[in-house]
Design a protein around this ligand. Structure first.
Ligand SMILES: O=C([O-])CC(=O)C(=O)O
Ligand SMILES: [Mg+2]
Length: 389
């Protein structure tokens, strides 16, 4: 068994939306195919991956370093003899050969994207949905049949007023979501409070609303928002300050009594550990949002979950960023607390299998081998067109 070829391509996921820190007018995404020598129905088994959203495509790093390292490795060294499969852990080690520690950034996205495609191939070779394979290997065979999901959106968009925001959230409730997330921090506080109140008119209880500042605030602004948000009893207040400013997070956690969330821009177990060590976050109520595609993939995610357990954090406190099916599989297979969903933005990468219905903000997973890309027609069409034609 061996990897025959790895292909990558960069595609656009541009849109006119903005959060408090960036607009997405030039956003791109890497897509990857890991082509194996294993055959199914007369076709080679191919694993697919993509790099979530919010970080640009990483083709150059893949072409220059990570793909050549894998193709140069002895194929036997990349095989898991116990499971008669490709070995994602050995593949990870081969990709990271001669990479210094620290400085986790763009390379974590390149490795995370290839890692996603490797796990898709592994599950397809095993003939299992990935979440079942993960539950079998790491959780004694017990998977969650359903995962809690919330609808992320509420972006700033030219010409979108309060009515536009309300219409958007009504659309999410109509599709079965009960909890929605909106952006804050691009508008002044007073205007954001009007937007929050408009959103609450639609979603009802504060527990059905999350707000996300995308790392925009200095301490003073983060605290001013915290004071203003406190009475709304929101589900969570996300990424108030710079993702690496653990002291800011710790001080904010002292001042704000309600749940906070962060972690989507921490790209390694070590960075996640620093958040746990120094960010003052509360394992009883706060939410961690590490995204495997951005942070060296599932091989590293397993280390992060182990680190959390050692520090007294339940895996149920993790609700990954990214709204993609890979994280949905990890959530169901490794017992996370839920997963993000983008019903309308970042298509066709956001969202789940075509015939999966959201009921009471919960979704099931398709019963097909792999991550489930083949059950999302617009996505699999794009992956095949970009990588296999
Ligand atoms: O706007 C973004 O970059 C996405 C984001 O923060 C989220 O989904 O939480
Ligand atoms: Mg966010």
């Amino acid at each position: 068994m061996r990897i025959v070829e790895i292909r990558e391509s960069t595609v656009s996921i541009a849109s006119p939306i903005a959060n408090a820190f960036i607009d997405f007018s030039k956003m791109t995404c890497s897509v990857v195919a890991v082509i194996t020598d294993q055959m199914r129905d007369g076709q080679p088994i191919v694993g697919f991956g993509f790099n979530s959203n919010g970080r640009y495509g990483q083709g150059a790093l893949m072409r220059e370093r990570f793909i050549p390292r894998l193709m140069d490795a002895d194929p036997d060294s990349l095989i898991d003899q116990t499971n008669d499969a490709l070995d994602p852990h050995a593949i990870w080690t081969a990709m990271m050969t001669n990479e210094k520690p620290g400085g986790h950034g763009e390379r974590s996205v390149a490795v995370g994207t290839i890692d996603m495609a490797v796990w898709d191939a592994v599950a397809k070779i095993a003939g299992q949905p990935l979440y079942r394979l993960l539950a079998d290997r790491y959780r004694g065979g017990v998977a969650d049949d359903e995962v809690w999901v919330y609808a992320a959106g509420g972006y700033y968009h030219p010409g979108k007023g309060l009515e536009g925001l309300k219409d958007e959230f009504r659309g999410y409730l109509d599709r079965g979501y009960t909890t929605c997330k909106m952006k804050i921090g691009l508008a002044p506080l007073a205007e954001d409070l009007k937007r929050i109140e408009a959103a609450l008119e639609v979603v009802g209880d504060g527990q059905n609303l999350c707000v996300d500042a995308n790392g925009r605030f200095d301490l003073e602004t983060a605290l001013a928002y915290a004071r203003a948000l406190e009475p709304y009893d929101l589900r969570w207040y996300e990424e108030a300050g710079d993702p690496l400013d653990y002291a800011l997070q710790a001080e904010l956690s002292q001042a704000y009594s309600r749940p906070m969330a962060t972690g989507e821009n921490l790209f390694s177990m070590q960075d996640a550990r620093n958040l746990i060590r120094h960010g003052g976050m509360n394992p009883e109520q706060d939410v961690l949002q590490f995204d495997c595609a951005l942070s060296y993939g599932l091989v590293e995610y397993l280390r992060t979950l182990e680190m959390m357990a050692e520090n007294g954090w339940s895996s149920r406190r993790v609700v990954p960023h990214g709204g993609h099916q890979m994280s949905l599989n990890i959530a169901a297979g490794l017992h996370l607390g839920g997963n993000e969903s983008y019903p309308d933005v970042f298509q066709p990468f956001g969202g789940f299998a075509d015939d999966v219905e959201v009921r009471d903000s919960r979704v099931g997973l398709p019963d097909i081998p792999g991550v489930g890309f083949e059950a999302k027609s617009a996505l699999i069409d794009l992956l095949r067109r970009e990588l296999l034609s």
